[in-house]
Ligand binder design. Structure first.
Ligand code: GDD
Ligand code: MN
Length: 364
């Protein structure tokens, strides 16, 4: 039995898009030129771009069977889009290329060759390798941030990759499928996530290219995505023990201490007793913690209206229980050891874990 079509594609090019209407047709043309003689297909993964990118891709697909579009509704996110595109592909090899023209698609054949003759499992287009002046597509701020992010990422993946957060790479599909359940759908750093989630180290080749200026439109990378990325690195560094969400919850908790001490200081300047000031400070910190967690840590499950009020009351009740547990544990440690800082830290640690776990179930 042979079900093979005359030219079963060997490569799927996954292209995530958000508002890339102006860029997509030129990209398809350049990729078609670069991949002449290779049986390829392209899956564009669009998050219902307001500029109608998906509609345009589908109209191109009507007359070009190599092209298809996953049109996602009610979702946003580059990493999730790339994952969905790879999951929809069935070719032995997949490549990921941005739609905005910043990646150099003429490298694709070279990347494929390395995979096909089995000199590598993963080939990464690197902005920071080889000739200098490769970074012209980046602002000074992006350059500094990118350098720091690279350094952090290298510590975790224990590989000397010059561009571990590149959005331009080609890989054997089975290697992504093996780690699918572990991949984060948030943020931009899908490559880093694929590498750091592997059980066996990958054989990686980097190929330098010049990161070009965006053709039209604007970048969607913002501060929130950078914070998410740092959370992802810490999650991977701790073997997924500390999730990005738990980390964010911890940071918000620490900010609550600052709020508490500030309010306490202000109130003590007035004519109130310490106990009253301490109570007000605690309630204020709990309230700001709740609101920040609702807006940032749980932004995807944000509570509004009556649910916000109900969530707030539950949050206060659970944190109250956390405080009792905190005192209990601290006392338990203090009695036999008489070590004040160990007891204090144990109590606070217990309280923080309790607050995170219980509110994640009962509030959000
Ligand atoms: N489907 C979908 N959903 N696509 C998205 C989304 C989204 O929420 N956000 C961005 N994209 C698409 C863009 O349309 C573009 O094709 C590609 O993902 C890259 O987005 P840019 O907004 O152009 O990212 P960049 O140029 O700032 O970032 C580049 O460098 C990063 C490392 O610094 C990209 O190559 C990233 O992949 C890379 O991690
Ligand atoms: Mn870009």
């Amino acid at each position: 039995m042979d079900f093979k079509a005359p030219s079963s594609p060997v490569l799927t090019v996954v292209v995530p898009t958000f508002n890339e209407r102006e860029n997509i047709l030129p990209l398809i043309e350049r990729i078609a030129t670069a991949l002449a003689g290779i049986a390829w297909q392209m899956i564009v993964v669009d998050d219902d771009s307001p500029d109608g990118t998906a509609g345009l891709v589908k109209s191109i697909a009507e007359s070009d069977p190599r092209i298809s579009c996953i049109h996602r509704m009610g979702q946003r996110g580059l990493a999730g889009a790339v994952v969905d595109g790879i999951m929809a592909s069935a070719t032995p090899l997949v490549a990921v290329v941005d739609a905005d023209g910043q990646h150099d698609e003429s490298l694709l054949p070279k990347m494929l060759t390395a995979l096909r003759n089995d000199t590598a499992d993963l080939v990464v287009g690197s902005r920071y390798l080889g000739d200098q002046d490769l970074e012209r597509g980046l602002s000074a701020f992006r350059k500094a941030g990118s350098g720091f992010a690279n350094w952090l990422a290298q510590q975790v993946i224990k590989a000397k990759l010059s561009d571990p957060v590149s959005g331009f790479f080609a890989i054997r599909r089975e290697l992504v499928e093996a780690v699918l359940p572990r991949l984060s759908r948030n943020g931009f750093k899908i490559l880093f996530d694929i590498i750091s989630s592997q059980k066996q180290p990958l054989r990686i080749i980097e190929i330098p290219y010049r990161f070009r200026e965006r053709v039209t439109g604007e970048s969607k990378l913002d501060e929130r995505i950078i914070i998410e990325y740092i959370g992802l690195i810490i999650a991977k560094a701790t073997g997924d023990l500390v999730s990005p969400r738990a980390l964010m919850f911890g940071i918000v908790g620490a900010s609550g201490l600052v709020v508490h001490l500030t309010v306490l200081r202000l109130l003590l300047g007035g004519h109130v007793t310490f106990a009253v000031a301490q109570t007000f400070a605690a309630v204020t910190a709990m309230t700001t913690n709740f609101l920040i967690n609702n807006a940032v840590t749980y932004r995807d499950r944000r509570l509004r209206g009556m649910k916000l009020l109900r969530g707030y009351l539950r949050f206060c009740a659970l944190c109250g229980v956390g405080l009792l547990g905190n005192i209990f544990v601290a006392d338990l440690v203090y009695s036999p050891t008489h070590n004040w800082w160990l007891a204090g830290a144990a109590g606070a640690g217990f309280g923080a874990i309790w607050n995170y776990v219980s509110t994640s179930f009962a509030v959000w």
